[in-house]
Design a protein around this ligand. Structure first.
Ligand code: HEC
Length: 162
């Protein structure tokens, strides 16, 4: 009888302990799964954006290419410099307010021309970078965007993006 009550006593201690341990373990496991998922997600999204920092050679190609701009694209450059240069930079190489558009993120296969028309008309929710949202561009026309697209695609091609 004495030993039976000790067994019961032991059981009543060891059960909650092991429960607590397994709960702590599963909590830790869950936390690390979350952490890994978070890191993977961040890496997947960030990978392309991080390359903005490492894109200096592309940017330099774009800048020197801009010097040989065909006359037919002068209008596009002028519109770009009116509405977009403030954030997307000279020759679309980026500033601290916006990403370079001469970047493989904006390869025509990834951001086709319709994305270029939508961006100034509707604005863009930050999703590739950490510059924040792009506000809609007031007063720009479809034709003006068309000229910008031609100019930016030319810069991208010169930079070897496609
Ligand atoms: C006030 C700053 C600002 C101005 C002005 C601006 N942009 Fe942007 N733009 C941004 C930012 C910031 C992003 C990146 C959003 C993100 O994180 O994906 C962006 C993204 C874009 C994209 C990518 C859209 C997408 O679907 O991901 C295009 C195309 C673009 N801009 C074109 C333009 C054009 C063309 C102009 C001029 C007519 C312009 N932007 C003017 C800040 C600006």
């Amino acid at each position: 009888m004495h030993s039976a009550s000790r067994t019961a006593y032991n059981a009543s201690i060891s059960l909650p302990e092991s429960l607590a341990r397994s709960r702590a373990t599963s909590r830790r496991f869950f936390a690390s799964v979350l952490a890994i998922a978070g890191v993977l997600g961040a890496v997947a999204c960030e990978e392309e954006s991080q390359q903005a920092v490492g894109m200096t050679p592309e940017a330099m190609v774009a800048l020197s290419a801009d010097a040989s701009l065909p006359d037919s694209l002068l209008a596009g450059r002028a519109v770009f410099e009116t509405y977009c240069v403030e954030c997307h930079g000279e020759a679309a190489t980026g500033t601290e307010k916006g990403p370079p558009l001469v970047h493989r993120v904006y390869h025509p296969g990834h951001h086709a021309d319709p994305a270029f028309y939508l961006a100034p008309l509707q604005g863009v929710r930050a999703h590739h970078w950490r510059f924040g949202d792009m506000p809609p561009v007031e007063g720009i026309t479809r034709d003006e965007v068309g000229a910008i697209v031609a100019y930016v695609r030319w810069l991208q091609r010169k930079a070897g993006i496609f």
